[in-house]
Design a protein around this ligand. Structure first.
Ligand code: SF4
Length: 480
């Protein structure tokens, strides 16, 4: 046994007390070391895509990826994610010393392993999902899909949108104009200040001009690329709304099985909203669970006709509440739900009892919709003020709106399913952000944060599985 003896505080290759302590830990670990050890030993890391760490220039062989993966999994399970802290823990944490058999990789090697193998962590996450499936930990009937915004390594002050840049440049122009006016006043002798003030103003003008030039260059870059934002520290991070705040970060999506709240599928994107992400997330989870059909519930942020339709075509029965959007709702007028579609007549019956049967077809970005109205009925309507601010009301219907109507009927038949969604997804997100203290990424770039989140989700699942079946049960499942 090698390592740093926590009793004597020095490196001892053969410390008897350390050896005894480590042997004791091997019999009853508390930080999840034993299941991590058993799980990683059963993996085919080459197939998962792991590379052996590079040998040292001195000729020392590179670390076995299994040891490095154990180190990371143990760290993520125990709220230790930074490479420097992992390096320190590997020398003083007895459970980790046991797990690594006394190996002491330096922080650079640890950091390089996570960076170089970022694409392989997802395969390890999936391998654990397969294991949980074998152990019957998934109900395989209902998935709750949700996304959360996690902060990136990018200060909000170093993120710029077109609007922000335009605003900053206008403010810079205003400041420069103010300084120039002050200079003119000095030249005319109206301002009693002398050459010192003139010099200070010239310096300020030069400074603001320089900053404005940088902003103009960024705006040009945005216009050329078609992107909506620029982030200077982490170029892939985006400003996105998270509750009442705006964070610069990433959108982490999960599909959680309702039986034991285990994560079945996860991926990270820099899309600012969840719209359009239901079919891809639930579809991958359905495949991972190996079922023909599965129910999936999500909040109204996922309400998008084409995505709901894609779910149905992909073996997923979606349940997404309809959001109340549009100017009529914002102005307190009748929402669309008050208008009943009559398929026989291909027309809407309005709250005033009139049939809106004048149809106008339009196509916007491939989205085909039909507008229903009845100008004559609206002209004579006594409740028009409660319905529209214009001369007549129009109701838009997507050409495949029957998909959404079917979903509304399903939701009406299972009203409790939205509460199940909340309880199911709150558990992983609450645990990840609060208990595991992983509400922000440490790495930069979309591919790297994807690898990081795979480790986070795997650590959550590991912790959950240990709680559900206990350490011996999990080890037995791994080695069976
Ligand atoms: S304004 Fe037109 S659509 Fe609205 S309730 Fe009256 S008749 Fe019906």
């Amino acid at each position: 046994m090698t390592g740093v003896c926590c009793v004597h505080g020095v490196y001892r290759g053969s410390c008897a007390r350390l050896g005894a302590a480590v042997a004791g830990i091997g019999r009853g670990l508390c930080g999840g070391g034993q299941p991590v050890d058993a799980f990683v030993d059963e993996l085919d890391l080459g197939e998962a895509g792991f590379r052996r760490s590079r040998p040292k220039a001195t000729g020392r062989p590179g670390y076995n990826p299994a040891d490095m993966l154990k180190l990371y999994l143990y760290g993520y399970l125990n709220r230790v994610r930074s490479s420097r802290r992992l390096e320190a823990e590997a020398t003083r944490n007895l459970e980790l010393i046991w797990l690594l058999r006394g190996l002491r990789p330096d922080y650079k090697t640890i950091a390089d392993f996570r960076r170089d193998n970022r694409g392989a962590f997802k395969a390890v996450f999936r391998a654990f999902v397969v294991l949980c499936r074998r152990f019957d930990l998934f109900g395989r009937e209902l998935l709750a899909v949700d996304g959360t915004r996690l902060k990136a390594v990018n200060n909000p002050g170093r993120n710029f949108s077109r609007d922000k840049l335009t605003r900053y440049m206008a403010a810079a122009d205003e400041r420069i104009a103010g300084y120039l006016a002050e200079l003119d006043a000095i030249d005319r002798g109206e301002d009693g200040q002398g050459p010192d003030r003139r010099k200070a103003l010239a310096a300020k003008i030069a400074h603001v001009r320089k900053r404005r030039q940088v902003q103009a260059a960024m705006l040009e870059q945005l216009n050329a690329s078609g992107e909506s934002q620029i982030s200077l520290t982490d170029p892939d991070a985006r400003a996105m709304v998270s509750g009442q705040k705006t964070v610069v970060g990433y959108n982490a999506q999960v599909a959680v099985d309702a039986k034991h709240k285990l994560i079945v599928e996860q991926h990270v994107t820099n899309a600012a909203t969840d719209m359009g992400l239901l079919a891809v997330t639930a579809g991958a989870a359905r495949e991972a669970l190996g079922v023909e059909r599965i129910d999936a519930v999500a909040d109204m942020g996922y309400y998008k006709g084409e995505d709901i339709e894609a779910c149905e075509a992909n073996g997923i029965t979606p349940y997404v509440a309809r959001p109340e959007r549009g100017s009529a709702v914002a102005n307190g007028r009748f929402p669309k739900e008050r208008f009943a579609y009559d398929p026989e007549a291909d027309a809407y019956r309005c709250p005033g009892g009139q049939l809106l049967d004048t149809r106008y077809r339009s196509v916007t970005n491939g989205h085909v919709s039909i507008q229903y109205s009845s100008p004559a009925a609206c002209a004579a309507c006594t409740i028009r003020a409660r319905c529209t601010g214009g001369r007549w009301r129009r109701i838009n219907r997507w050409e495949n709106e029957a998909v959404l109507e079917r979903m509304a009927r399903r939701l009406a038949a299972r009203p409790g399913i939205l509460d199940v969604r909340r309880e199911t997804v709150e558990h992983p997100f609450g645990s990840i952000k609060q208990w595991m203290n992983q509400g922000a990424f440490l790495m930069r770039g979309l591919e790297k944060v994807r690898g990081e989140f795979s480790l986070t989700a795997l650590a959550y699942n590991l912790r959950r599985a240990i709680t559900l079946v206990g350490t011996p049960g999990l080890i037995q499942a791994v080695t069976a």
